[in-house]
Ligand binder design. Structure first.
Ligand code: ADP
Ligand code: 5GP
Length: 219
């Protein structure tokens, strides 16, 4: 039995705050044939997060030893912490006869696409960078430093849009979810996909927002 051929693997990325966690959670809730891959991270848990549910939260020393013992399919430094997908996690999901859903950054996307050439990658775009900042603030999970780091890193995420097979605009959640579900099920979407021009507009807006500290503070 060739597991790689039988299952579809879905990768979802976005700048922090664009809505990928919300969309991924809805997909696994509505389409139980998909299962979220639970990564390991050195980031501390946020209030409400549980070890083993959102992430396996580990120390730097444990993460180091996991790298040394080749536990990871991929790992990467993201927003001043480290995150990694274990090979065991993928095996566990295949063993349940489900399709893995990876919420990883562009570095993880590149590695997973190298390991599984049939994986499908999806990038979620915010309607504007000002709205991205607003959502990140409204989530109330980040310190001021972490907020700035995440917003600063959003341009790099956007610049790697070329790694992705599909772009989704998360303007209205229901519409964005319909796009994601259609892609996951290999069906046509009911509205046009965003274009390269939309990505370029966001990158340009991100650069001017970075220079304009007042806008950031007000977000
Ligand atoms: P990410 O996982 O990409 O960092 P989240 O899924 O945590 O983003 O979403 C960031 C915040 O934005 C959350 O508070 C979420 O409820 C909110 N959000 C997500 N999608 C939308 C949307 N379409 N419109 C308004 N708010 C949204
Ligand atoms: P957060 O701290 O908001 O949960 O996640 C921060 C970033 O890390 C997001 O872009 C998320 O997609 C990414 N991420 C989460 N898990 C992994 C992983 O296992 N590998 C990689 N490369 N990135 C991950």
């Amino acid at each position: 039995m060739n597991l790689r051929k039988r299952h579809s693997l879905l990768i979802v990325s976005s700048p922090s705050g664009a809505g990928k966690t919300t969309l991924c959670r809805r997909l696994v809730a509505r389409r139980p044939e998909f299962q979220l891959s639970v990564s390991h991270t050195t980031r501390p848990p946020r209030p409400g997060e549980e070890d083993g549910r959102e992430y396996h939260f580990v120390s730097d020393a444990v993460f180091d030893s996991m790298i040394d013992t080749h536990v990871f399919l991929e790992w990467a430094p993201v927003h001043q912490h480290r995150y990694g997908t274990s090979k065991n996690e993928v095996t566990r999901i295949f063993a349940m006869d489900k399709n893995p859903l990876f919420d990883v950054d562009y570095q993880g996307t590149r590695s997973i696409l190298n390991a599984y050439e049939k994986a499908i990658s999806v990038f979620i775009l915010p309607p504007s960078m000002a709205e991205l900042a607003r959502r990140l603030r409204a989530r109330k999970t980040e310190s001021e430093d972490a907020f700035r780091t995440r917003l600063g890193n959003s341009t790099r995420e956007l610049e790697n849009y070329g790694l992705y097979h599909h772009l989704i605009l998360n303007d209205e959640l229901d519409k964005a979810y319909a796009d994601l579900e259609a892609i996951a099920l290999g069906q046509p979407r009911s509205r046009p996909a965003p274009t390269l021009l939309d990505v370029e507009r966001l990158i340009a807006e991100g650069s001017s927002l970075q220079k304009d500290g007042a806008t950031l503070r007000a977000a």
